[in-house]
Ligand binder design. Structure first.
Ligand SMILES: [Zn+2]
Length: 463
């Protein structure tokens, strides 16, 4: 007898037990079936879907597929008019984008640096951004419009996040020295010309520079003029959300809304990655969350209609900065004060060794009373064990949270190294974990949808 067979048998027995429990809890019809989870994962994360690149035809196909599944499950359509003039299950979002025609440059006094060579533009929201050099450490306050050079970037982790407080305080750009993490992705990132969504926000950029350039800047006088720029071409792009709903059965409760969401896009194809495989399948990120939303939709649509209204929305272009969810938030199909809560599902395809088996974690668990209340109702939800990763800010839930809506992400991402790589494939998915995880959320979500519980931010914890 080999070890594989033993483990499989053991897992199968556990699954039967888990299913019996779930049947006892929620009625036979509502149990999530591994077969359905596998089927949807296999399609969404197949090579045929080319990594579901944000705003690509493949993202659109994904939205059409998820929408057609919503229709099969018996959700009501909540998207734009379809071929028959009636509401469909897809919401097309128009996005105005500016693309740099060539690699943008950073003028540093008399030196000119080029994106992809000595620097990387992590983000820029304008074709021309200027400022006077100011060297600051974390926690210091910049002058209005300053080009801040961060003097203590070592160990900063996510440089975009390290830069955020300075931009929020009025800096025009933040320049940070490379870390090994950024160096390893340098060629890949540098091969893409930056682009940005056109908005009324004030000009802001985050730039990573090589060690050598960082040394040069450290030796420059404060006030030296810096200018990031290049010519841009405007482009109209689109992204697609899949959207369906279950209207609440209770006259009063029906006006209150819970949004269960995921993102259906991923990062597409990376041509210059080493090896034959160029496709970022995005099995865990976020086909897994999308399948969770689908299977919860299937289960809730098949059971007794909940009192509150539930929207099931799989967003497009999350990987480009939450564009699909931003549109949804800007154009809510119901009054915002009736938006009870949002639960986003992200990367639940593999267990996280940092928590107990079968547990999921909730980003920002300590920020509101929603997580603890769901846990009290049987959800195997715990605090996010990776607080330094700032996951609360790193998914579609955040755009809702900053609007004041109680919004969190459910995940079991254990920081595996396949994240945003071509190796995030179906073969790495733990289907027993995934099926049980989805199953474990159904009864607590059904409770929330039938209750009059209105979650609240904990004191001082509203983002
Ligand atoms: Zn991602």
């Amino acid at each position: 007898m080999n070890i594989f067979f033993r483990r499989t048998t053991f897992a199968a027995v556990l699954l039967i037990v888990a299913n019996l429990n779930a049947i006892a809890q929620s009625g036979a019809k509502s149990v999530v079936e591994e077969r359905n989870v596998r089927a949807a994962m296999q399609f969404l994360a197949s090579d045929a879907m080319q990594g579901r690149g944000s705003g690509t035809l493949f993202e659109r196909i994904t939205a059409e597929y998820v929408g057609s599944q919503f229709m099969q499950f018996g959700l009501e359509p909540a998207g734009e008019p379809g071929w028959d003039g009636k509401p469909s299950y897809v919401m097309t979002v128009t996005i105005e984008r500016a693309m740099f025609d060539a690699n943008p440059t950073l003028k540093l006094g008399s030196t000119t640096l080029e994106h992809g060579k000595d620097m990387l533009v992590l983000r820029a929201n304008n074709g021309s951004i200027k400022g006077g050099l100011q060297k600051l450490a974390t926690g210091q306050t910049p002058q209005a419009g300053a080009a801040v050079f961060l003097t203590n970037s070592a160990g900063a982790g996510n440089l975009n996040q390290a830069a955020q407080p300075f931009l929020a305080a009025g800096a025009s750009m933040v320049i940070v020295e490379e870390t090994p993490q950024y160096r390893s992705g340098w060629a890949n990132f540098g091969s893409r010309k930056p682009s940005f969504t056109v908005s009324a926000a004030k000009p802001a950029a985050v730039i990573v520079v090589s060690k050598e350039v960082a040394q040069t800047i450290a030796g420059m006088a404060d006030g030296t003029s810096l200018e990031l720029g290049g010519s841009v071409t405007m482009q109209k792009n689109y992204t697609w959300n899949a959207i369906g709903k279950l209207t609440g059965s209770d006259r009063k409760g029906a006006s209150e809304v819970i949004v269960l969401s995921s993102h259906l896009d991923h990062i597409g194809v990376t041509e210059n990655v080493q090896g034959e495989d160029k496709i970022n399948n995005g099995a865990d990120d976020d086909a897994s969350g999308t399948v969770a939303v689908m299977e919860i939709a299937r289960a809730l649509a098949a059971g007794k209609r909940p009192k509150r209204t539930i929207y099931f929305v799989c967003f497009g272009s999350e990987e480009r900065g939450g564009l699909g969810s931003r549109y949804f938030g800007d154009n809510l199909p119901f009054p915002q004060d009736k938006f009870v809560a949002n639960l986003q599902f992200e990367m639940i395809g593999r267990p996280d060794a940092k928590v107990k088996p079968e547990e999921l974690w909730l980003t920002g668990y300590e920020r509101s009373n929603l997580g603890p209340e769901l846990a009290r109702r049987g959800a195997k939800l715990v605090q996010d064990p990776h607080p330094t990763q700032n996951f609360f800010q790193r998914s579609d839930n955040y755009g809702f949270a900053v609007r004041g809506i109680i919004a969190h992400t459910v995940s079991s991402f254990g920081l595996h190294t396949d994240y945003h790589r071509v190796t995030d494939e179906v073969k790495t998915i733990d289907f027993v974990h995934m099926t049980r995880s989805i199953n474990s959320m159904i009864a607590p979500i059904r409770w929330l949808a039938n209750s009059s519980f209105v979650p609240q931010w904990n004191p001082g914890k509203k983002p």
